[in-house]
Design a protein around this ligand. Structure first.
Ligand code: GLA
Length: 726
């Protein structure tokens, strides 16, 4: 049983294989949080709650002993109007303008399997898993608002998902101004917060901030999860490191605005919150209407960050995306973007595909520039009709030629956008997000289609189906290339404009849900100016996302390193591109470009027809090697072995521990370089492993380690295959 309810003590204990989470109903009826961490028995932990006088803090009226202040206690779902000065989870305004909720426990329900979310994508349970769910209902007696907290326990993955639904049983409408999916309180707080900031072409750079008394708040307010911050973050005890120590990870299954906060409060208690961003957010609830928040997800590890990441990786691979490709081998693809940009014809694409075939590539992807009057990025977005004049052939003819070469065919689209210079905009200027009487902001010279409007969603869905039906297309790159702005929709009343940002995301999920269901054999890859929408919401539909427009292997080390904290490498689009690199001009040997791209969904993004015959042979061998190790890379346990100024090293270990792949890159080579020793992880201590025909005991590799070759040149790298002897 992964959920233990003690009816007498009114405690709820969620147990995964290695973790315990407990909440308890206080004498006052408030739902309080007592513990989350290493697994312990489901005992009554209410003794941990602060029971002294709360000096000068507000406390409930009936509490004459001056105790029980919600400003001091560790809470499960703190709300507005209860004297809690920390970040709260729920703020609503009633008809009379008051912002207050006094939530008291009402009931609970246990559910076999995973609770069901009606609006947002969420994690699901597979057949062979023991997943149980708990619903706890809290009520505000005066307004008759009902708050249901949902928890699902994924026992084996040490993962808990949670969310909240608010239902208005009152007689008047209310406005929700803030609703967070996840709150976690700790009675103390010596933590560091690891978050992932970035920018275009340098996404998810790790940064560690000490959690002190000032509130840390980060998120996105430009309509997508974004590249400036990521909703996934880690709270680490001070001594935690990659392989030791306690840490907590949090993420949100949502692709729009989000906000995360972390703070140490005045008595040392710490709180984190995560949910929809509340910049301009509001949601009106009429009587008997409900609002469901997106799903939050959390995990805990007492073996450092790599284990924490592995918990998320496993669940994301198994329990989030319904695409069959999540569990299957992915095609090695070649994308023509960096090879040609907008300057191509059908013949040029066929030439690249022809050169890619002997290299072992499975899929050719035609990127931006194939439709309408799209000769550059200033026009034609929205005009999803094949430019046969530019291609010199029809789409069906192009696909047929690529198929004849023995490659599958994939296509790029950016459905959410429109250029002013496009037939679509000329026909429907009112379909874009725009404030009345003002010009809409431009980003990459494009406007944003209002996906909160049903007719826009229907139009796009039909249009995309037409393209996917026009020829045998087996891959779609879904791009989205600008921050969203101009939040106004003329079909929403003034008091519902605050819903627009969320309704946009719901419109997006509606199209993606229907498309991925209708085309189960099409592989969808997400993209947003590279990796600006790398989040669990998109991963619920797309098994892989283009990690960054930056294809420089050395910059990619930092990008892929940061991304790997919260997301599996099986979700990362990683391609070999040309040297000198187009984004930063760096010259990198092909071997290193290959080794870095192999830690993801391997592919190529250059004109392979221009490679020398030596390079073609090297690429051919690389594709073969990737195909050989792909299952290991896609499903193995990922360990970040070393990441410093000089070296990046990482290792993937098969679940059955029979094989492993270690990769390292020497980023900065010195004259007379230092020795490099690496101790491996995740092997069987007593097993014997073979590396380049030499045998080593697992325990030896994990304690004494390997002495690596001294680098021959700058940015040199090696990939080392480790196989267990039978
Ligand atoms: C974005 C994507 C690129 C490419 C271009 C095409 O920048 O991230 O991969 O598809 O758009 O315009």
């Amino acid at each position: 049983m992964s959920i233990e309810v003690n009816q007498e003590k009114k405690s709820f204990t969620l147990q995964t294989t290695h973790t315990t989470y407990q909440m308890i109903v206080h004498d006052s009826g408030s739902l309080l949080h007592t513990y989350y961490g290493e697994k312990i028995p489901a005992e009554d932990l209410s003794y941990l709650l602060f029971d002294g006088e709360c000096h000068f803090a507000p406390y409930p009226y009936e509490n004459t002993a001056r105790k029980g202040s919600l400003d001091v206690l560790t809470q499960e779902f703190p709300t507005v109007g209860q004297g809690d000065s920390r970040a709260i989870a729920l703020d609503v305004m009633h008809q009379d303008g008051t912002h207050v909720l006094d939530l008291r426990y009402s009931s609970f329900e246990l559910i076999k399997g995973k609770y069901n979310l009606e609006t947002f994508p969420s994690f699901y349970a597979t057949k062979d898993e023991n997943v149980e769910s708990l619903k706890i209902t809290l009520k505000d007696a005066l307004s008759k608002l009902e708050i249901t907290l949902y928890y699902a326990v994924f026992e084996k993955s040490d993962l808990i998902t949670r969310t909240v639904k608010i239902t208005n049983h009152g007689t008047q409408s209310i406005q929700i101004y803030k609703i967070q999916s996840l709150v976690l309180d700790f009675p103390t707080g010596d933590f560091d917060l690891l978050h992932f900031h970035g920018k275009w072409a340098m996404e998810r750079q790790i940064e560690s901030l000490a959690l002190e008394h000032a509130k840390i708040s980060f998120g996105s307010n430009y309509g997508l999860s974004g590249n400036k911050q990521n909703p996934g973050f880690v709270l680490a005890k001070k001594n935690a490191s990659e392989f030791l120590g306690e840490c907590y990870g949090f993420n949100l299954v949502y692709s729009g605005n989000f906000e995360a906060t972390a703070q140490k409060a005045s008595l040392g208690q710490s709180r984190i919150t995560l949910g929809i961003g509340d910049d301009q957010f509001s949601w009106k609830l009429e009587p008997e209407q409900s609002f469901e928040a997106p799903e939050g997800v959390m995990s805990y590890s007492n073996q450092g960050f790599s284990k924490l990441s592995q918990n998320f990786h496993d669940a994301i691979r198994k329990n989030l995306c319904r695409s069959k490709f999540t569990q299957e081998k992915r095609p090695v693809l070649i994308n023509n973007w960096e090879a040609t940009y907008f300057d191509f014809t059908g013949e040029k694409l066929i030439e690249i595909a022809r050169a890619a075939k002997p290299i072992g590539v499975d899929l050719f992807v035609m990127d931006d520039g194939w439709f309408g009057n799209r000769y550059d990025d200033n026009r034609a977005l929205g005009d999803w009709t094949v430019n046969e004049e530019k291609l010199g052939m029809t789409l069906a003819e192009l696909v047929e030629s690529i198929h004849q070469l023995g490659l599958d065919f994939g296509i790029w689209m950016e459905p959410e956008m429109v250029n002013e210079d496009s037939d679509l905009y000329r026909a429907h200027p009112d379909w874009v997000l725009q404030f009345p009487h003002r010009k809409a902001l431009l980003g990459r010279n494009q406007f944003v289609l209002n996906l909160a409007r049903k007719e826009v969603v229907e139009y796009l869905y039909e249009k995309i189906c037409q393209i996917l039906d026009a020829a045998p297309i087996s891959y779609l790159k879904w791009d989205m290339n600008r921050p969203l702005s101009d939040w106004y929709s003329k079909d929403l009343p003034a008091d519902r404009q605050g819903e627009l940002q969320t309704r946009y995301i719901l419109g997006l999920y509606d199209i993606l849900g229907r498309l991925t269901e209708r085309y189960p054999d099409v592989l969808f890859e997400g993209c947003s100016s590279g990796g600006a929408r790398f989040d669990l919401g998109m991963l619920a539909f797309h098994p892989q996302i283009w990690t960054s427009d930056n294809t420089d292997a050395i910059n990619r080390l930092a990008i892929q390193y940061g991304t790997s904290f919260m997301y599996p490498i099986s979700a990362m689009g990683t391609h070999v591109s040309v040297s000198p690199n187009h984004q930063n001009g760096r010259i990198t040997p092909l071997k290193t470009r290959i080794n870095v791209a192999m830690s993801g969904t391997f592919g190529y993004e250059l004109d392979v027809s221009t490679l020398t015959s030596e390079e073609k042979k090297e690429a051919q061998l690389a594709t073969k090697t990737y195909h050989t190790h792909q299952a290991l890379i896609m499903t193995g346990d990922y360990y970040r072995i070393k990441e410093d100024r000089k070296i990046s090293a990482w290792q993937v270990v098969a679940k059955d521990k029979k094989e492993s792949l270690l990769t390292y890159v020497v980023k900065e080579n010195e004259g007379n370089p230092e020795f490099i020793y690496i101790t491996l992880k995740g092997l069987l201590k007593d097993a014997v492993y073979e590396i380049s025909q030499k045998s080593y005991k697992g325990s030896v590799l994990m304690s004494a380690g390997l002495k690596l070759k001294q680098p021959k040149s700058n940015v040199d790298s090696e990939q080392i295959y480790i196989q267990k002897r039978d």
